[in-house]
Design a protein around this ligand. Sequence first.
Ligand SMILES: [Zn+2]
Length: 61
Amino acid sequence: MKGTRPGHLPEPSRQTPTGRVCAAEGCSTRLSVYNDGPYCWQHTEIAFPNYRGKHLAPGKA
Ligand SMILES: [Zn+2]
């Protein structure tokens, strides 16, 4: 019997088509298979300033 020795670590840069997580720092939210973006829906919303807040103003000419 031999002691446990470090080595033969699996490559961390192995991405699977499914089971991705948000690319945001500190965010480990799982991305949906329907989510094409690198971020979760929470962080993706921030990237859309146009969609911030429900301030739908009617187009008054
Ligand atoms: Zn996120």
